[in-house]
Design a protein around this ligand. Sequence first.
Ligand SMILES: [Mg+2]
Length: 122
Amino acid sequence: MKTFTILIVDDSAAMRSLLVSTLETLGTISTVQAPNGFEALRMLPREQVDLVLTDINMPDINGLELLSFIRSNPMYKDLPVVVISTEGSRKDIEKGLSLGANEYLVKPFQPEQLLEIVKRFL
Ligand SMILES: [Mg+2]
């Protein structure tokens, strides 16, 4: 059985750890991590990623730029992307969704909210 792989992109190591430990409760998934959009773009061709969880505010390439790159690449245009950000205004959320995010989760969030979203893509 193929493992479901989630790429976690966030410049906060603490947030990446929180996401990993929350996702581990699902059991059947594996995770890979990138501290910014630039590293995420380097990892995408090397890993069999099934879902991307990305922060917005990061050095180098931010999450919205990463999302735009992903959606403009035919290889990844159908790859599910969930934005997880402290930017929670309606305008921010609409921007993320209009750029092609499948879901938008505002920090801080409850673990159940994250799991409920991720389960839709398993
Ligand atoms: Mg950040």
